[in-house]
Design a protein around this ligand. Structure first.
Ligand code: GCO
Length: 443
């Protein structure tokens, strides 16, 4: 393989930046949602988070020490457009300009996510994803970002995890804005998100045809309980059995195939039969890659010729402190399935684990579980590459411990420990492990 495999780390704006109303930033739905009592673990919020807005220079020093090829971060829409559309907040844009310039000086490729969940609150008040103007609003925001950075940023993700944006934000309501909407409205929100994605891809390509644009997915990562041929054979069926707003295919099939999963048309003919053909044409605007976020999976087993079951795991199975299973086969199979289905290059845009880390008496933060987890999952990623899956890069979630959405600061995913009282950064042992791995194992 000649192309250089990219090793990186990922973060997102709301989870690390803080400075939630500084320098003209508008509010996002997360700024508001976190203030509703009882929504977030111990009512934590991202007002200060890791104070990355003020500490980005020293955080970039950490990235340099780590030796990553790329840094995936997100831009806060309301920091740039406080009302979501219209007036640009120059100070917000300047923050990202300084960040991007420093990354480039350090030889680190910026990988920018346009939407990592912090919808401008003003647009939420106008209906957010349910307003059919949503895709134009997003296009305007994309234009503001891409125009500014066209010569500097060549890797873009439009949306991070639409499954969580819509499924958890508008379906179960556990994430901002906390709605539990009827199906008809959820389907419309999904459709508007996909239109917005496509408009942003066109904006990116119009400014820089050689930039790479894609979307980042999550969702159930089915993997066979063992390597028996019948269990491997049944996998596509398991993936295809899911087509609701938490599934993968509801978002990726329209992008790559220009149509929603077949079953959607059968279940909700009224909505799907009335979609304009030009919408689907737009949604299927070619992308350059598919981003996959993966942490755990769902074991499946053949149950006769054409059906499968999902056996519960053997009790005592390994778990992270989020109670997510450690089962590295999932990252292999989800990458392979999605690559074989769409034949598009893949980036593993997030992978990592929450662990109960603290600064020890001797000042070290040892997290052997995380090192072992990364070894297991990276090993499977490399195996998939060997088996012909076109994976272009891998990003650890996350550089820093940070605000873990509904779980607040109770879950630590970082390679770097944060003391939230002092904002002191302490690289964990996994940080040094990943540094050495990158240094010695480039391929
Ligand atoms: C997500 C987001 C990240 C999370 C991470 C751990 O996957 O939910 O992209 O923001 O923090 O995945 O849950």
């Amino acid at each position: 393989m000649n192309r250089k495999f990219i090793w990186g780390v990922a973060t997102s704006a709301y989870q690390i930046e803080g400075a939630y109303k500084e320098d003209g930033k508008g509010l996002s739905i997360w700024d508001v949602f976190t203030k509703e009592p009882g929504k977030i673990f111990q009512n934590h919020n991202g007002d200060a988070a890791c104070d990355h807005y003020h500490k980005f220079e020293s955080d970039i020093e950490l990235l340099k020490e780590l030796g990553v090829d790329s840094y995936r971060f997100s831009i806060s829409w309301p920091r740039i457009l406080p009302e979501g559309v219209g007036r640009i907040n120059q100070k917000g844009l300047d923050f990202y300009k300084r960040l991007v310039n420093l990354l480039l000086e350090a030889g680190i490729t910026p990988f920018v996510t346009l939407y990592h969940w912090d919808l401008p609150y003003e647009l939420h008040l106008k209906g957010g994803f349910l307003n059919d103007d949503f895709s134009d609003w997003f296009g305007e925001y994309a234009e503001a970002v891409v125009k500014t950075f066209k010569d500097k940023i060549s890797l873009f993700a439009t949306f991070n995890e639409p499954q969580c944006v819509i499924g958890l934000g508008y379906g179960t309501g556990i994430f901002a804005p906390g709605y539990k909407l009827p199906k008809s409205e959820i389907l419309r929100a999904v459709h508007n998100l996909l239109l917005a994605h496509a408009k942003a891809v066109n904006v990116i390509k119009s400014h820089n045809p050689s930039a790479q644009a894609g979307l980042v997915t999550c969702g159930a990562a089915f993997y066979p309980v063992d390597n028996k041929p019948e269990n491997i054979k049944i996998l596509p069926l398991a993936y295809q059995s899911q087509y609701d707003e938490l599934s993968i295919l509801l978002y990726t099939d329209p992008i790559f195939f220009g149509k929603y999963p077949e079953q959607c048309y059968k279940d909700y003919p009224q909505f799907y039969e009335n979609i304009k053909p030009q919408d689907l044409k737009l949604i299927s605007t070619p992308v350059d890659y598919l981003g996959i976020n993966n942490y755990e999976g769902v074991p499946v087993e053949a149950d006769g010729e054409n059906s499968f079951k999902m056996p519960i795991r053997q009790y005592g199975y390994p778990q992270t402190s989020f109670e997510w299973a450690v089962e590295e086969d999932c990252i292999y199979w989800i990458s392979r399935f999605l690559y074989e289905r769409y034949r598009k290059p893949v980036y593993i845009t997030e992978n990592g684990m929450a662990n109960n880390d603290w600064v020890q008496l001797d000042g070290r933060v040892s997290d052997p579980q995380r090192i072992d987890y990364l070894k297991r999952y990276i090993g499977k990623v490399l195996q998939a590459v060997k088996d012909g899956v076109d994976i272009r890069g891998y990003f650890v979630w996350s550089l820093l411990d940070n605000f873990e959405w509904a779980s607040g600061y109770s879950k630590r995913f970082g390679l770097v420990h944060i003391d939230y009282k002092t904002q002191k950064r302490s690289p964990k042992e996994s940080f040094f492990w990943y540094r050495d791995f990158i240094k010695n194992n480039k391929f």
